[in-house]
Design a protein around this ligand. Structure first.
Ligand code: CKU
Length: 606
């Protein structure tokens, strides 16, 4: 059972929510002495930094940017007198990777995992009508039991350094909004909706969780504000006559309002925009409302200049505009659940999301993907630490589904990214994660995971658990790039032939492919890293995809260039973006636009 409600904060006739974003006090704690020294009552010599944001890229010295360990935040704010008698919560969109929260000098909660929300209830210790102090102890260390996985080494100077087992910078901090909320004592804690289509009508089965016994009433309004359906009871079925379905790139959202009522009095009210649609996998097809869809899009990151992984509302808007411009219809939230505002926008724009839990780096190496192709094998899920990892993994699957289950845009869950799949222990581990997901998701959406290059048809022991296969393949880049691209294509086709024999009726999509290029490097004829070669590499992959009818989607790695740990494989970050980190097109973007505008959304329908 979840500790706190995952509902996104909102104002209603009853609820109040205030963003606490802005400049907060901030202090690194390299000796981890803050708790002992009483920092929970206030930071001794803080700097000021923005919330939400990653702390790393504000500073001009390397030690602060690369800081690994404990770091603290502090802010103060008033809680109004009128809030007496309500439940008061502090809600964090995320703190990366873990947090202990102190309110007016008392520890009120702690949370593990850097990409999902949590609340601290402060009703009893709030000072109404006066100033309150919030202090957060955060930590960004990685281990083989955290999601994502990694390790920490200590330099001779005693300084800790994070060693991610994944290819994105280990940004940390209070990266999403912090809210102060007031809800009534009897309140709506959670709800879920499941859609079915019945001719021209929709049947929406709903379930509302409250902490009281009063009656629940539901009202559904169309976009023009007309009430189209009503119901009473904590659970039941609502019929929306002549439903306008939520369709890919043609979204329609009903306002679904839940009220707790006592006669004429409204005790609590919560409203969410809901798209009505179904999802199914059948006969090699991904079906939305029983209509086949071919996925065109990207693996992305929450990553931008200066604020790092901090939620960047401007970048969000620009990214959706660029995705529409280039003809995309979908993306994967590689490699962690993104900010909630992004799902709200995808609902509104009609984008399909594969929602990914931060299960990345389940391979013991900094460059796990490069290492894996050497054939060196590890039994990652057969260690003493595996039970602890699994426990964290299952909690994060639960939190992700609780947060995102009602979004029309979320059509599938990605439960792991490029894990070890070659050892028997992987299957045991995977089954637990896949089963838990199925059990928790009211809509029973398809489950998948991204298969690393070494998870080949002859060796992978876990592909059969995926409702559709998601492959990450770098033929023409990590494997036989440049002048060898012809051989890369042959090898790629050989693997695809083997999958074709094995997989049968299951659709496959590509969740990663492509190559790095530094925007601005042109070369005729092409060489690897030039803009021309990025296009050639993508063209080769597309030739292969186009020849296999069960390939039902292509999501390029990556939408935009992004920051990584420094190293010889990365030139100030990963440059596989079709757009630069500043969100301007590389040459490949024009090629992709041309291809995707000519591929209908139901391309390859048999
Ligand atoms: C990407 C097998 C591929 C793994 N993939 C993971 C992703 O996070 C990396 O950025 C590879 C890459 O190498 O660009």
């Amino acid at each position: 059972m979840l500790q706190s409600s995952m509902l996104y904060p909102q104002d209603s006739a009853i609820r109040r929510s205030v963003r606490l974003d802005g400049m907060w006090k901030f202090q690194l704690d390299p000796q981890a002495c803050g708790t002992k020294e009483g920092w929970i009552d206030g930071l001794p010599s803080p700097d000021l930094i923005p919330v939400p944001a990653s702390f790393a890229d504000f500073y001009t010295d390397k030690e602060t940017r690369e800081f690994c360990g404990d770091f603290w935040y502090e802010t103060e704010f008033y809680i109004p007198d009128e809030w007496k008698g309500k439940e008061v919560d502090i809600r964090f969109g995320s703190v990366t990777h873990r947090a202990n929260v102190y309110f007016n000098g008392i520890e009120v909660t702690s949370h593990e995992g850097g990409f999902l929300p949590f609340c601290a209830r402060v009703t009893e210790i709030a000072r109404y009508g006066s100033l309150n102090k919030l202090v957060v102890l955060a930590n960004n260390e990685l281990s083989e039991t955290t999601l994502p996985c990694g390790s920490v080494t200590t330099l001779p100077s005693g300084r800790k350094v994070a060693k991610p087992y994944f290819d994105f910078y280990n940004y940390a901090g209070i990266q999403r909004s912090v809210w102060l909320t007031a809800t009534p004592k009897e309140s709506i804690f959670d709800f879920s909706v499941v859609h079915a289509i019945d001719g021209t009508d929709a049947l929406v089965t709903y379930d509302v969780v409250t902490n009281g016994e009063n009656q629940v009433a539901i009202e559904v309004k169309d976009e023009a504000g007309n009430i189209v359906a009503e119901a009473e009871g904590k659970n039941g079925e609502i019929c929306i006559p002549n439903v306008r379905l939520w369709k890919v790139l043609d979204a329609y959202l009903y306002k679904f309002t839940i009220r707790i009522v006592d006669g004429d009095a409204v005790i609590d009210e919560y409203a969410q925009d809901i798209g009505v649609r179904t999802v199914a996998i059948r006969n090699n097809q991904i079906l939305i409302n029983d209509e086949p869809v071919y996925l065109k899009g990207f693996g992305k990151h929450e990553d931008s200049d200066i604020v790092g992984r901090g939620f960047n509302i401007g970048a969000m808007k620009r990214d959706f505009e660029l995705m529409k411009w280039v003809g995309a219809n979908s993306f994967r939230t590689s490699h962690y659940p993104y900010s909630e505002e992004i799902y709200q926008m995808a609902d509104r724009e009609g984008f399909l999301i594969t929602d990914e839990v931060p299960a990345v780096g389940m391979f013991p190496s900094l460059m796990n993907f490069a290492e894996a192709s050497t054939g060196k094998q590890t039994a990652f899920f057969a260690q003493d630490t595996t039970p602890e990892l699994l426990k964290n993994h299952l909690i994060q699957v639960e939190e992700m589904i609780a947060r995102d289950k009602n979004h029309a845009c979320v059509f599938a869950w990605s439960l792991l990214n490029e894990p070890d799949t070659l050892d028997e222990s992987s299957t045991v581990y995977f089954e637990k994660v896949f089963d838990r997901c199925r059990e928790l998701d009211p809509q029973k959406r398809p489950r998948t995971f991204s298969l690393l290059m070494n998870s080949t048809p002859d060796k992978c022991k876990c592909w059969q658990l995926s409702d559709f296969l998601s492959l990450n393949r770098y033929f023409g880049w990590y494997v036989m790039g440049g002048a060898d691209i012809e051989s890369a294509e042959m090898m790629f086709r050989k693997e695809m032939d083997a999958w074709a024999e094995l997989v049968g009726e299951r659709p496959m999509i590509f969740t990663e492919y492509g190559g790095d290029t530094n925007g601005g490097i042109d070369k005729l004829p092409s060489v690897m890293w030039s803009q021309e070669y990025q296009i050639e590499c993508l063209e080769m992959c597309h030739r292969v995809f186009d020849s296999y009818p069960f390939v039902k989607g292509e999501q390029i790695w990556n939408f935009a260039d992004f920051q990584t740990t420094e190293g010889i494989m990365r030139m100030d970050g990963n440059k596989k973006g079709i757009f630069t980190r500043q969100r301007q097109p590389k040459r490949a973007a024009y090629y992709i636009k041309q291809r995707w505008e000519n591929l209908s959304d139901d391309y390859k329908t048999e």
